[in-house]
Design a protein around this ligand. Structure first.
Ligand code: FES
Ligand code: FES
Length: 169
C-alpha cells in the first residue's frame, strides 16, 4: 500500500507515492535524489540528516516521509543561492570547520536554525544549539569558530539591509 505525499523542497514542489514506512531521509536521498542530506547512524544521534521542516531543524531520520506531507522543507542543496555559498557554508570553508565533511550538511542546517532563532549566540549557546550533531574529525573548535564567523557576517548583512531600507525611505 502506498500513500501520496506532496512536499516543497528548496522551493520545488514534489508529488510522489511512497510506502508509509519510508523515512524522510530516504525519501530525500533515494526518491528525490537529494543526497546532500547524510545518514550517519541508525540511532537518531548523529545529526548528519538534519534538515529544516517549516523552518525548524529536524533530524530527517526521525520522521516518516508521509509526516512531511504538505510541509516546506529545506536541505543543504537549498542553502546556496545563485551559485554563491550561504554565509554559513562560506564560514565553514573559511574557518576549516570540516575535515571529511560527512557531518557538515547537518551542522550547517542546525547552525542555520540556531542563527535564525539567536543571531548572536554565545559559545555556550552554540554548543547547546549544536548538541544534536556529532563530528568524528574536527574536535568542534573550528565548527564553533565557523558559526561565530557566520553570525558576524549575517548580522553585518542584516545591518546593511536595514541601512539601505532606512536610507531608501
Ligand atoms: S542519521 Fe539521523 S541522527 Fe544520525
Ligand atoms: S568533518 Fe568528518 S565527521 Fe565531521
Amino acid at each position: 500500500m502506498s500513500r501520496a505525499v506532496t512536499v516543497t523542497v528548496n522551493g520545488v514542489r514534489y508529488e510522489r507515492e511512497v510506502e508509509p514506512r519510508l523515512l524522510l531521509v530516504h525519501f530525500l536521498r533515494d526518491t528525490l535524489g537529494l543526497t546532500g542530506t547524510h545518514i550517519g547512524c541508525d540511532t537518531s544521534q548523529c545529526g548528519a540528516c538534519t534538515i529544516h521542516v517549516d523552518g525548524k531543524a529536524v533530524k530527517s531520520c526521525t520522521m516518516f516521509a508521509v509526516q512531511a506531507n504538505g510541509r516546506n522543507l529545506t536541505t543543504i542543496e537549498g542553502m546556496a543561492t545563485d551559485g554563491n555559498l550561504h554565509p554559513i557554508q562560506q564560514a565553514f570553508w573559511d574557518e576549516h570547520g570540516l575535515q571529511c565533511g560527512y557531518c557538515t550538511p547537518g551542522f550547517i542546517m542546525a547552525a542555520a536554525y540556531l542563527l535564525s532563532t539567536n543571531p548572536n549566540p554565545s559559545e555556550d549557546e552554540i554548543l547547546r544549539g549544536l548538541e544534536g550533531n556529532l563530528c568524528r574529525c574536527t574536535g568542534y573548535v573550528n565548527i564553533i569558530k565557523a558559526v561565530q564567523t557566520a553570525a558576524k557576517t549575517m548580522s553585518g548583512s542584516a545591518a546593511k539591509k536595514t541601512t539601505v531600507t532606512a536610507g531608501g525611505n
